[in-house]
Design a protein around this ligand. Structure first.
Ligand SMILES: Nc1nc2c(c(=O)[nH]1)N[C@H]1C(S)=C(S)[C@@H](COP(=O)(O)O)O[C@H]1N2
Ligand SMILES: [Mo]
Length: 316
């Protein structure tokens, strides 16, 4: 399937020719997007188009706050993926050709039905959804990314967490012959991350397998990566091979490396500075002026209840 999204302009004040809209509508149908999703809503005004009109317009893809999505080129060329490089522009070229097939994801630990899934099983089992999310890196830059994927909750329900399970641990593939960064002894590979089980079950929490309707590329975490958009980007672990349910808070790579800088929760919080820089504002890739950072990255309505008993100033 060709990708009509790729030709969509990146800024909402730009306009899109009708042909582009029509091909995008075809994509949305093909992807089985449910009515009311952000992507469909973005196209809604054009539903009343007249066939005579030659220059129909509609707003470009945007998030629920009206922020335009970043361009496919931006999302796929400016990446944090230390297994390949600590240089953001070097990740895409260095990860080109990374082997993502065959790929299995083992789901194990405190579950009634531990299971190892092939990536194609996961795609067949769980309907793919479109989710346009803000991604806020702890380094104070951000993007708006149209992901395709399915809720982590769907997978967890399928393996039946036991009553004792309280946390979910994620692990990235360890393959130093293909990932030169894993040769660095400074980091305790493989990359690992974790969520509390209720965070993992939240509807926002996504396992992403695509970007802009394209199969996700290696630089973005192919073939399957986590997206928890109310947390700093490093929580959204890439190229996952193992998910383990536990009753203890999992260790994370960043906690091991710099426990005073990177905590387990890492919820986006403009009021708690990083030890070395302010988190009050951010640079949206592609924009000139800085934006104010939003509490929980703007997802407070969906997630604030998870932290009702926590002191958010200690929540880094
Ligand atoms: N395995 C792994 N996952 C990772 C990282 C990494 O270095 N290795 N970087 C994280 C960081 S710091 C960010 S900001 C996001 C970036 O995701 P993107 O490149 O798709 O925008 O991925 C996160 N997931
Ligand atoms: Mo990040």
């Amino acid at each position: 399937m060709s990708n009509p999204y790729k030709s969509v302009p990146v800024r909402s004040y730009e306009i899109t020719p009708k042909e582009t809209y029509l091909s995008r509508r075809d994509f949305i149908k093909a992807a089985g997007v449910v009515a009311g999703s952000a992507a469909l809503a973005a196209c809604a005004p054009a539903e009343e188009e007249s066939s005579a009109a030659s220059a129909q317009t509609f707003p470009a893809l945007s998030d629920e706050l009206g922020n335009p999505a970043n361009a496919y080129e931006e999302i796929t060329s400016y990446n944090n993926y230390y297994e390949f490089s600590t240089n953001k522009e070097a990740v895409a070229p260095l990860s080109k050709g990374f082997t993502t097939s065959p790929w299995t994801l083992e789901v194990t630990g405190m579950v009634g039905k531990p299971q190892t899934f092939g990536i194609e099983d996961l795609l067949a089992m769980f309907p793919q959804e479109d989710r346009i999310y803000r991604l806020r890196c702890v380094e104070a830059w951000s993007m708006v990314i149209p992901w395709n994927g399915f809720p982590l909750a769907s997978l967890l329900k399928a393996v039946e967490p036991t009553l004792d399970a309280k946390y979910v641990r994620f692990e990235t593939v360890y393959r130093p012959e293909e990932m030169k960064g894993q040769g660095s002894a400074f980091y305790p590979w493989p990359y690992q991350e974790g969520l509390r089980l209720d965070e993992a079950m939240n509807d926002l929490t996504l396992l992403a397998t695509g970007v802009y309707g394209e199969t996700i590329l290696p630089q973005n975490g192919a073939p399957i990566r986590l997206v928890a958009p109310w947390k700093y980007g490093f929580k959204s672990i890439k190229s996952i091979v193992k998910i383990e349910l536990t009753d203890e808070q999992p260790n994370t790579l960043w906690k091991t490396v710099a426990s005073n800088e990177y905590g387990f929760y890492a919820n986006v919080n403009p009021n708690v500075d990083h030890p070395r820089w302010s988190q009050a504002s951010e640079r949206r890739i592609g924009e000139l002026s800085r934006r104010e950072t939003l509490m929980f990255n703007g997802y407070g309505e969906q997630v604030a209840d998870l932290y009702a008993d926590m002191d958010l100033s200690l929540n880094f």
